[in-house]
Structure formats: structure tokens, C-alpha cells
Design a binder for this molecule. Structure first.
Ligand code: AMP
Ligand code: ZN
Length: 113
């Protein structure tokens, strides 16, 4: 837990969020500034600042993170979607608590890859 981390504060219930999924290890809520009609953030409750700071001991957590993303998508009937993880300021990361963006609800045609 990081005292002033905004996502840790959401996990602790100190900041409101529109929660769409909540399990022992993960929470998902709507992005406050959506970039698509469906824009969810999936967040491990344990504070890891960014993906490249994850270590071997986080292997299980990261695997369950991917499975939780699938569960969020199924439970919210999202269908096809794009998954984005920004890792570091140069990639546009602004909240330094690992999270995955789920984007859906419009044609995501501007493919980078
Ligand atoms: P990133 O740029 O990958 O770090 O993404 C951070 C995301 O968190 C941005 O899309 C913000 O709009 C979103 N965000 C920041 N504060 C909140 C909040 N209190 N509730 C929901 N989403 C937030
Ligand atoms: Zn945090």
C-alpha cells in the first residue's frame, strides 16, 4: 500500500469509483476521462508502480491479472476490446500503480501494431 497513491486510495475506498468488478486481488472501475465508449481500468490491489518493476515473485499475480481481465470483460459483456498498459512516463503513464486499460465500444481502427 502506498499512502498517497490514487489507486491505492480507490482500493481502500477513500476515493469513490464506479466499480464494475471487485475480487480479493483485483478491482476494475470506469476511467474518469474515457477515451472510448467503454473504458475500464483493471488494477491489482497490491501496489506495484509499473509493469517493469514486477519481479519473479509476481508471476502468479500477473497470471491472475490476465485472467481477471478476461473475467471483467465477460461479466460486463464487453466483447472485443483493446488492452493497454502504459509503462513509464515516456509511454504516457500518469498513475504509478500498475493498471490495464480496457477500451471498447467503437471501432479501434487506428492500430499501432
Ligand atoms: P495511465 O495514463 O496509463 O497512467 O492511466 C491513468 C488513467 O487513470 C487515466 O486514463 C485517467 O483518466 C485515470 N484516472 C485518474 N484518476 C482517476 C480516478 N480517480 N478514477 C478513475 N480513473 C482515474
Ligand atoms: Zn498504489
Amino acid at each position: 500500500m502506498a499512502e498517497n497513491c490514487i489507486f491505492c486510495r480507490i482500493v481502500r475506498g477513500e476515493i469513490p469509483s464506479t466499480t464494475v468488478y471487485d475480487s480479493e486481488e483485483f478491482i476494475a472501475f470506469t476511467d474518469i476521462n474515457p477515451a472510448a465508449p467503454v473504458h475500464l481500468l483493471v488494477v491489482p490491489k497490491r501496489h506495484i508502480a509499473r509493469l517493469s518493476e514486477a519481479v519473479a515473485e509476481d508471476e502468479g499475480l500477473l497470471g491472475r491479472f490476465m485472467l481477471a481481465i478476461g473475467e471483467v470483460v465477460r461479466k460486463n459483456n464487453i466483447g472485443d476490446y483493446r488492452l493497454i498498459i502504459n509503462d513509464g512516463p515516456g509511454a504516457g503513464q500518469t498513475v504509478f500503480h500498475l493498471h490495464a486499460h480496457i477500451l471498447s465500444g467503437r471501432q479501434l481502427g487506428e492500430k499501432l501494431l
